[in-house]
Ligand binder design. Sequence first.
Ligand code: PGA
Ligand code: MG
Length: 227
Amino acid sequence: MVFKAIVVDIDGTITYPDRRLDFTAAEKLRSLKVPVVLATGNILCYARATSKLIGLSGATIAENGGIFSTAYDNKPHIVEGTLEECERAVEYLSTFFDITRLDAEYRKTEVALRRDFDASEARRILRKEKFEVEIIDTNYAIHVKNSRVDKGTGLIELARLLDFVPGDFIAIGDSENDREMLQVSGFGIAVSNADVDTKKNADLVTSRAYGEGTSEAIDYLISKKMI
Ligand SMILES: O=C(O)COP(=O)(O)O
Ligand SMILES: [Mg+2]
């Protein structure tokens, strides 16, 4: 089957473990003929800058689906009403843990926290109080995000704006915030550093890790004429 576009996670998927961009993966993405969307838990300006600097269109999904944008300087779409519940949940968590917010001045739809407290314990605490949020650990940050948005819902919305359907996309990712994106895409790929659950939701798992895994995936897709 031939797919029309690709959506790729940033941290842990086109980077080295320490977040340095893997230039080979970036070159391969830049040379593709199909549109390449970057999808991240990070903030919109990080996603847009990464896309622009690689040489892509700037079509991005940021804040785990809370924000999406069709091109570099187009007005972004921001899912309204999602931040408040996350703020309440984080306020509650701050009575249990000494937590540090990341990029609070830029985040519009969710809260990201430094990974220096026990996310599983925080999950248990919030579940008891019935907050409508999810705690996601990407290995780079702990995100407190609204349950109704994820990179999958972001891809559904952005695909529509780009005149595609989610099934037109091949998705590549590495962690639990990529799961829904892999599920709604037409073909999901997990790089080998991905967690077990993310791998379970993928159609293909690469043998190489991080950016090298993405380079391997792109070579595979081209060799199989899937893009
Ligand atoms: O911002 C994070 O925590 C991770 O970002 P990612 O979704 O690009 O891997
Ligand atoms: Mg990632």
